[in-house]
Design a protein around this ligand. Structure first.
Ligand SMILES: Cc1cc2nc3c(=O)[nH]c(=O)nc-3n(C[C@H](O)[C@H](O)[C@H](O)COP(=O)(O)O)c2cc1C
Length: 194
């Protein structure tokens, strides 16, 4: 498969960047070709503009859509910010996965204009896993992201992997890097939809 990793972090030496690298190494071991959209390094502008509102084709968006068109699987790697995604990732989704290109209706989250792609959200989080589950945040994120967003974009199968305790000990971080590697190595193929 061809795997696109979309990385959202301004620091190339961040833990998020290390996770992306580990994930990509896992993909390569599985025999996949890889490509990385490093949104900060590439200077992507996440602001939804008048041109976006009017559906006017723009070069930066067409380039991102071409990148998506090449991919059989997409991994989003961003840190959890205020129980959501950072503004850069949010803007990338809003601008690139546009109405009439990614989807054309809001009645059925399982219907997309895009072919099925294997989708993974790889999200480091500061909180502990038990806090995240007990306080209902995990269920809320599953609902909003897996049901409410990524279905419309054709992701099947899709999975949210919260890498909790991302600011923890070196041992904890090592375990999370190993997990990212394993997820790259075992990435499922896209589901066939009738
Ligand atoms: C603005 C901001 C908001 C954050 N919000 C949350 C949050 O809601 N839940 C959480 O578990 N961690 C939160 N964190 C912690 C980050 O998820 C954590 O620092 C990050 O995953 C570590 O990855 P990094 O070292 O690559 O930045 C937040 C961090 C920042 C800077």
């Amino acid at each position: 498969m061809h795997v696109l990793t979309v990385l959202d972090h301004p620091d190339p030496n961040s833990f998020s960047a290390a996770l992306a690298q580990s994930f990509v190494e896992g993909c390569k071991i599985a025999g996949h070709s890889t490509e990385c959209a490093d949104l900060h390094a590439e200077g992507f502008d996440p602001r939804w503009t008048l041109a976006d509102a009017k559906g006017t084709p723009q070069a930066d968006i067409i380039a991102e859509q071409d990148r998506i068109a090449r991919a059989d699987a997409i991994c989003f790697l961003f840190p959890l910010f205020w129980w959501g995604m950072p503004a850069m990732s949010k803007g990338w989704l809003e601008r690139v996965w546009a109405w009439k290109w990614a989807y054309d209706q809001l009645d059925d989250a399982e219907k997309s204009l895009q072919r099925p792609r294997s989708g993974l959200l790889l999200v480091p989080a500061g909180a502990r896993e038990d806090e995240v589950v007990q306080n209902g945040y995990r269920a809320a994120l599953d609902r909003i992201w897996l049901d409410g967003t990524f279905g419309y974009f054709g992701f099947a199968p899709r999975r949210l992997e919260l890498l909790c305790g991302a600011e923890g000990s070196a041992k904890r971080r090592e375990g999370l890097l190993t997990r990212a590697h394993e997820l790259g190595r075992t990435l499922p193929t896209p589901a066939h939809k009738s």
